[in-house]
Design a protein around this ligand. Structure first.
Ligand code: NDP
Length: 260
């Protein structure tokens, strides 16, 4: 058997812990494969490089939409989301999937029953999360800094900072990049006070960092989570696709967890 070759495409990609997660799973399950990082500044050659050199791959920022556009076929929720984070080579075709959405949903399930959610931000991650939560019967509201990107959320209740109206939501989800590099909240403090006063749980998709959003949620004594479980679960789901479901979620999980 020829060793399988996997990679992650991104820019930047140096910080990614996906190679570590997947390598733990490959070694733990006794498989013959390598998982590398591929730094791609532009995405125009992504499909060519993928089909020439790899059996399967992950895609991270900023190439998820470009990868979607270059796929020969897109399967599952990725079709509605318009972004892929997992690629599989099948008979010289590039097949795309999105495991971010399901990975996130599984991480939210740990909290308990959720009926209503408020998502901060209207970028690619917000699109994936709003779609999966709505598809599971959860009522989703999206709040964004500016109006522009909210036009992509026609089927949702939406607010910008100017016209925001407060109400109760079971969970508040931060998908903005506020707090990633600088110490800022994802909305003005007055709005954050309203949000945290009328919710049960808070989750930030940023991982490996206690953001101002998470610090404030903790000050309100809310159960919180960062994006580590989402990252872990999307990786497990991608690995299942890499090996065509030869391994179950629970078989892969303990190995990948070692990367955290
Ligand atoms: P996008 O660039 O597509 O969207 C960014 C959104 O954040 C926009 O709605 C933008 O608002 C808003 N925003 C940016 N800066 C601020 C700010 N300072 N204050 C308020 N709002 C702001 O980003 P992505 O959706 O691709 O990624 C978002 C985050 O999700 C990143 O931090 C990324 O690391 C994380 N992520 C985590 C994953 C995981 O597995 N845990 C997986 C994928 C992403 P506007 O429209 O007004 O510009």
């Amino acid at each position: 058997m020829i060793a399988k070759k996997f990679t992650i495409f991104g820019d930047p990609v140096e910080h990614s812990i996906s190679p570590k997660m997947h390598t733990y799973a490959i070694e733990g399950l006794g498989l013959d494969a390598t998982y590398t990082k591929t730094h791609l500044e532009g995405a125009c050659r992504l499909r060519t490089i993928f089909l020439e050199s790899f059996d399967a791959a992950n895609v991270t920022v900023p190439h998820k939409e470009a990868a979607f556009a270059q796929c020969d076929e897109v399967r599952g929720v990725a079709k509605e989301i318009g972004a892929v984070n997992t690629l599989i080579k099948e008979s010289s075709n590039m097949i795309g999937y999105n495991t971010d959405a399901e990975g996130f949903y599984r991480s939210v399930l740990d909290f308990g029953e959720i009926k209503t959610a408020l998502i901060l931000g209207a970028g690619g991650t917000s699109k994936a999360l709003s779609f999966i939560l709505k598809s599971k019967g959860i009522e989703v509201t999206v709040l964004n800094r500016s109006e522009g990107r909210l036009k992509d959320f026609q089927n949702y209740k939406t607010f910008n900072w100017e016209n925001f109206e407060s109400s109760y939501h079971d969970i508040i989800i931060n998908t903005t990049s506020a707090g990633l590099e600088e110490e800022s909240l994802p909305a003005p403090e007055s709005i954050m006070i309203e949000l945290f006063s009328h919710t049960k749980y808070a989750i930030d998709v940023i991982y490996n960092k206690e953001t101002p959003f998470l610090k404030m949620a903790k000050a309100y004594k809310l159960p919180t989570k960062d994006g580590a479980d989402m990252l872990l679960y999307q990786g497990v789901l991608a690995f299942m696709l890499f090996y065509h479901d030869s391994y179950t979620f629970d078989e892969i999980l303990p190995f990948m967890k070692k990367a955290f």
